[in-house]
Design a protein around this ligand. Structure first.
Ligand code: FES
Ligand code: FES
Length: 156
């Protein structure tokens, strides 16, 4: 069985084991290593990607379920010279430490801010619960997200 999907806009015809996870294919076959494998059990959010625009943990998604789906990874979200708003806010606030959590965090928070353009700090904190960070203590991440223009407007 061949599964047709797109990864960052590029078509992929996958005919391997349908039980393999999307995360395994991204990292090992396509060398898209932005999505990290940390817990491997759906708890930490480090492997978050967008599936048809919504954040999902790639370590729990079998390839066999992805026919016709559109996947976006961190590699497809921005570019070094054209960061998206969340990436730029994290850079501006010097938030990133080890970096393991950040690709997933960026994908989750980009979706959240698109859906909730005027969040309160509490809403930002609730939205972050699926993405664990062992380094920052979270407050600087919240500060960075709150600094993004629409959020700033709502928080002022
Ligand atoms: S590696 Fe997928 S949720 Fe932790
Ligand atoms: S920066 Fe290290 S886990 Fe978040």
């Amino acid at each position: 069985m061949t599964i047709s999907l797109t990864i960052n806009g590029d078509p992929l015809e996958y005919s391997g084991d349908p039980r393999r996870t999307l995360l395994s294919v991204l990292r090992n076959d396509l060398r898209l290593t932005g999505a990290k494998e940390v817990c491997g059990e759906g708890f930490c959010g480090a492997c978050t990607v967008h599936v048809d625009g919504a954040p999902k943990v790639a370590c729990l998604i079998p390839m066999g379920t992805l026919s016709g789906r559109s996947i976006t990874t961190i590699e497809g979200l921005g570019a070094p010279d054209m960061l998206n708003a969340v990436q730029q806010a994290f850079v501006d606030h010097d938030v990133v430490q080890c970096g393991m959590c950040f690709p997933g965090m960026v994908l989750s928070m980009s979706h959240f801010l698109a859906e909730t353009p005027h969040p309160t700090r509490d809403e930002i904190k609730r939205a972050m619960t699926g993405n664990l960070c062992r380094c920052t203590g979270y407050e600087r991440i919240v500060d960075a997200l709150a600094s993004i223009a629409p959020a700033q407007e709502a928080l002022s």
